[in-house]
Design a protein around this ligand. Sequence first.
Ligand SMILES: Cc1ncc(COP(=O)(O)O)c(C=O)c1O
Length: 443
Amino acid sequence: MLNSLERMRRPALRTEVPGPKAQRIIAAEDPVISPSYTRDVPLVVQRGQGLWLEDVDGNEFLDFTAGIAVCAAGHCHPHVVAAIKKQSSELLHMCGADYRYPVMSELAQALARIAPGATPKRVFFANSGAESIEAAIKLARFHTKRPHIIAFWGAFHGRTMGALSLTGSKVRQREGFGPMLGEVSHVPYPSASTPTDNVDPIRWIEENLFKRTLPADRVAAIVVEPIQGEGGYIVPPEDFHQRLRSLCDRHGILLVMDEIQSGMGRTGRMFAIEHWDVEPDIVCLAKGIASGMPLGAIVAKRDVMDWPPGAHASTFGGNPVACAAALATIELLEADLVEHAREMGEELRRSLDGLALRRSLIREVRGKGLMLALDLFGDPETGRNAAEVRDQLVRRAFERGLVILGCGESAIRFCPPLTVSRDEITVAMAILEDAMIEVEKGE
Ligand SMILES: Cc1ncc(COP(=O)(O)O)c(C=O)c1O
């Protein structure tokens, strides 16, 4: 299965999707699984290799989601799998909060070395993106002795109570779960592609928040995504991050960069914030860091991470097997994967721009590197709004063997494994265009 040399071909579909085995699994699972999961398409995966997935019925799919920006080195990259196998035969767990082991120490050193900016760093390990955000909130409050956090509308930082309190993406994610963490303010996030619609968030903070409701010296941190992820792959105006850095410096506020989706090479730089030459005080990581193993981390300036023993920890954070997978991932990223992501990002961008010239449903192409999105129009003729058109396109692409995912109100995101090849991009774009033609016809 999944012959990695045979790329210029479409995924082979042996049954209608979902096939009979997938249908049986879905029917058995539905009564027992949490209904909070979204599952836009009925994909039941058996195995994965590179960008290729095989479902339980033997159908092939090209994965342009990387399990939501996680499998940076592709599904089951041999170098990552070998590191996991080796580590899992030596040590599965020992609790890094209480004891030391070499692989955690090596990963901390690697992350401290590659994190953006020259200031010496320290690393704290967690298990997920949301946990990294929790750690950042706690560290920012602890270090500054201030309570308040500023976050952005459209932001997604996770779903644990602290992270959720910063998330400003969809009401569904917060509804019924309040009260949220106190002392959080949301402000508008600006977009480079719609500059005329923007409220200038830096002026908004200084002219409205700091003058009318919130003393600046109550604010511990501003938490921001360098490019908004779930919010729609929104790239901010060129000077935004530097102005945010200056604002933080003026008021003694920490700048916390959520690189959970955009980091680890995805945008063609190791960290997206490097596109703007800004050094954050705390960087939050997860997703792509270990190519599929659960791991999160925060990397903070050394003098910022000043909490004492016992202040914060997690039993599983920095698990040895996850750390080994992360070290293998970083080796691949540094060898050539970041550069490859940059090149393939340009290729994918060219293809999407070409598609936008041919297809009337596309409103905009945006993003950086392999973090790209297509924003769609609604279809007045059939009365479908843009979100409905998007959802239909995701479904039609899936039925042809291409797995893609929505983001924002009416966009489709492309966040494939960074190992994606030119041929795989060509095949994915051909499937996407066919699906789009069908959706344009209202089918
Ligand atoms: C930017 C960003 N931050 C935080 C998170 C939360 O990560 P997790 O789902 O691992 O808790 C996500 C997940 O999509 C994300 O995209």
